[in-house]
Design a protein around this ligand. Structure first.
Ligand SMILES: NC(=O)c1ccc[n+]([C@@H]2O[C@H](COP(=O)([O-])OP(=O)(O)OC[C@H]3O[C@@H](n4cnc5c(N)ncnc54)[C@H](OP(=O)(O)O)[C@@H]3O)[C@@H](O)[C@H]2O)c1
Length: 323
């Protein structure tokens, strides 16, 4: 595993981190296997774990808390998220700040996360949704100051809404945010336009989430794929999205180098960008953990392939189903 300096936090984060949403909202989770996968990830040098109160109302946080306790000899970085008070995903531009992140809600949910994690201090507490129009509100800054003063949070971050990488730029300029989490993958290259240059300028850490475009970039979805009721993907991969996503993934298949899989190419594309500090694939099996961590070996994709992959940028707008 290779490590990168996680912006001004100075933490050395593993290039491959661990996305922990799969413990809730995704069907087919085998908890015994997930626990083995988490242990294997730690064993292979993964030290960055992303969870949220919203992942099973604290369940994923409890699993992470147990992992940290079990591996107390290692320094594992815990990132979690505060749900919006209205519990609505995605955020919409018309939502009011006071309905999403009033100061008492920020504090209440940080306390809940601390209890779930069984720890005194959270390394990175993130807003689970955000609107840049809220940048100038004092309430969140006062809540941050109190939580830091009380030793309950080390750093704060924003998990930026899907397909809106520009929707946090002014907030970053307040100097209060140490990390952003953003969708960045072969399709979603828009963070390169404005977000990454600003993060570099301000020394804000970048977490690349959804590296496989929720599964499309694993190359395993077909136009006939059906997700069970209760799996959030059943509401995301509606026919309009599934058909277009499969077409875009199929267009990539001829580019996958011999001896490489499509998920490996997808991760290596992101690893080639040194403006990204950690990537957090969702993984629930030892097999996926081992395959994904193996990509952090310092080997780059060829310049020619990188240039070709640039042409597969796919800019999308938030829609009724995009979440
Ligand atoms: N608003 C937010 O803040 C937000 C939103 C979305 C995601 N996130 C964070 O980002 C993380 C990653 O996003 P995601 O999980 O939604 O999507 P993702 O990482 O793009 O895709 C996850 C899917 O890829 C599969 N997979 C992983 N490694 C694979 C491999 N080597 N070969 C084939 N398939 C592989 C996983 O299977 P298995 O599960 O079976 O291993 C899962 O079905 C989340 O877990 C969460 O921590 C945050």
């Amino acid at each position: 595993m290779h490590y990168r300096r996680f912006g001004r936090t100075q933490f050395q984060s593993s290039e491959i981190g661990y996305g922990m949403w799969g413990l809730a909202g995704w069907t087919g989770t085998d908890e015994t296997e997930v626990n083995k996968a988490l242990d294997r990830a730690v064993e292979l040098g993964c030290n960055f774990f992303d969870t949220a109160w919203g992942y099973g109302r604290g369940k994923s946080e409890q699993v992470l808390g147990a992992l940290v306790k079990k591996h107390s000899g290692k320094q594992l970085f815990v990132a979690t998220k505060i749900p919006p008070k209205n519990f609505k995903w995605p955020s919409r531009p018309e939502y009011r700040f006071e309905d999403c992140f009033p100061a008492d809600h920020i504090i209440e949910y940080t306390e809940k996360s601390l209890r779930n994690l069984g720890t005194d201090c959270i390394d990175l507490q993130q807003f689970h949704v955000w609107e840049d129009a809220w940048a100038d509100r004092d309430e969140w800054k006062e809540a941050f100051a109190k939580l830091k003063r009380d030793g309950k949070v080390r750093h704060f971050g924003i998990s930026i809404n899907r397909w809106e990488p520009q929707n946090a730029l002014n907030t970053l300029r307040t100097g209060q945010i140490d990390a952003v989490q953003v969708i960045y993958n072969i399709f979603d290259q828009a963070p390169e336009d404005e977000l990454f240059p600003l993060c570099r300028e301000l020394d804000v850490a970048v977490i690349a989430r959804v590296p496989f475009d929720e599964g499309t970039l694993t190359g395993t979805l077909t136009k006939d794929t059906v997700f069970p009721a209760g799996d959030w993907r059943a509401t995301y991969f509606v026919p309009e999205n599934l058909n277009a996503s499969v077409d875009h993934a199929d267009a990539l298949k001829p580019l996958v180098p011999k001896g490489m899989s499509m998920p490996e190419m997808a991760l290596r594309f992101i690893l080639c960008n040194d403006g990204v500090h950690t990537i957090i694939p969702g993984m629930r099996s030892v097999r996926h953990v081992e395959a994904n961590i193996a990509t952090s070996d310092g080997k780059k994709l060829s310049e020619t392939l990188r240039r070709e992959l640039k042409n597969h940028r796919w800019d999308r707008e938030p829609t009724a189903w995009s979440q």
